[in-house]
Write a protein that binds this ligand. Structure first.
Ligand SMILES: NC(=O)c1ccc[n+]([C@@H]2O[C@H](COP(=O)([O-])OP(=O)(O)OC[C@H]3O[C@@H](n4cnc5c(N)ncnc54)[C@H](O)[C@@H]3O)[C@@H](O)[C@H]2O)c1
Length: 327
């Protein structure tokens, strides 16, 4: 069994590879070639925590896996991570666990890569300005994905807490030096998205984070944060103005995300406005962007197929490059 920590994963696996892994995952999912049971949620009433078990099997790649993610808000007082995650990868031909990976980093990678895949497939080729709303745990890989998908000149970063955004921008100016884009702090979300070609929302907000009428023609948005009914980041007017709306899993988004469920309930949009799943753009059965004026929205809540495909690709690279601890 191969144990892989964050540093080892970073050493062998790039964002470009993660984007390709997600594209493959989305295609496999949309072609119904994966087995993804509903996740199991076990509650610890005593500790007010939940333990989520997210399994899946992919016959085409002969692999299976499970991500275990816990949410224990009390952990912050114990100096422990609030949402620790571990990924187990299995050989689909014999059922053996072949690798244990840092699940927190696999999640960050595959979630960033989902935005990267959407931009790669749907954004204007000459996109120049990016906007990142939210500077929390997922933000770094979101930024890297945006920079990988298009050669941007500038990315503006906004967070509700100014100090988070300022610190994040300082760190990223150093860490993302290999990309030519200027990474700058924005004082408001509206300032960040002004004239932006690529927009990512990755917050825990319960109300829209910017004025949707200010989104320019031709923009592509990836909405990542809202995964529960009460959570909403996207101004519904963007959905009304959008030429196309894609999901990674339409069922998952429609059962979880306030970003889409609320405007549907309010009659602001209709199911007929939905274009379909990104996996079908990957396999060519669904059209992507058709001109440079379309506003395009991609909404993702995350599916376990992304975790499993990404873990399998990381494992293959790590074996090839002899990285990680054999146990
Ligand atoms: N789609 C997916 O696959 C996927 C995967 C992982 C996490 N998520 C979700 O993405 C969201 C962000 O995750 P995270 O780990 O970065 O969380 P986090 O708590 O580390 O960071 C969230 C950030 O959003 C900021 N924020 C909250 N409200 C805001 C607002 N109105 N305007 C601007 N900024 C605001 C917070 O200040 C914080 O910095 C969460 O809701 C998480 O559950 C989605």
């Amino acid at each position: 069994m191969l144990l892989l920590n964050k540093q080892e994963i970073k050493k062998v696996f790039s964002m470009k590879e993660a984007i390709e892994a997600d594209k493959e995952a989305f295609r496999i999912f949309s072609e119904n070639k994966s087995v993804v049971p509903l996740r199991t949620n076990i509650q610890s009433e005593k500790e007010e925590g939940s333990m989520l078990f997210m399994p899946g099997y992919i016959g085409e790649l002969d692999c299976a896996g499970i991500k275990i993610v816990s949410v224990f808000p009390g952990n912050s007082k114990k100096n422990l991570p609030v949402t620790p995650a571990t990924m187990l990868l299995m050989d689909g031909t014999n059922g053996q666990v072949i690798s244990v990976l840092d699940g927190t980093y696999v999640t960050q990678l595959r979630t960033g890569a989902a935005s990267g895949a959407a931009f790669d497939l749907l954004a204007k080729k000459d996109a120049k300005i990016g906007a990142l709303i939210g500077a929390g745990g997922q933000a770094r890989t979101q930024l890297e994905a945006m920079l990988t998908a298009r050669e941007l000149e500038e990315v503006r970063v906004y967070d509700k807490f100014e100090e988070y955004a300022i610190k994040f921008v300082e760190d990223m100016q150093e860490e993302m030096k290999e990309y030519s884009a200027k990474i700058v702090f924005a004082k408001t979300a509206d300032e960040a998205i002004d004239n932006a070609d690529l927009i990512i929302t990755v917050t825990t907000a319960n109300e829209p984070v910017f004025d949707g009428t200010k989104v320019k023609k031709g923009a592509t948005l990836s909405c990542v944060g809202s995964y529960q009914y009460h959570m909403q980041e996207l101004d519904p007017v963007v959905l009304q103005n959008a030429s196309k709306i894609y999901f990674e899993s339409q069922d998952a988004v429609l059962s979880e995300s306030g970003d889409i469920i609320k405007p549907l309930e309010q009659g602001l949009i209709k199911k007929e406005d939905f274009t379909g799943e990104l996996g079908n753009v990957v396999n060519g059965t669904l059209v992507g962007r058709e001109n440079d004026d379309e506003i395009i929205v991609f909404k993702t809540v995350g599916i376990s197929v992304q975790d499993i495909v990404t873990a399998q690709k990381i494992y293959d690279k790590a074996i090839q490059e002899k990285v990680g601890l054999q146990w």
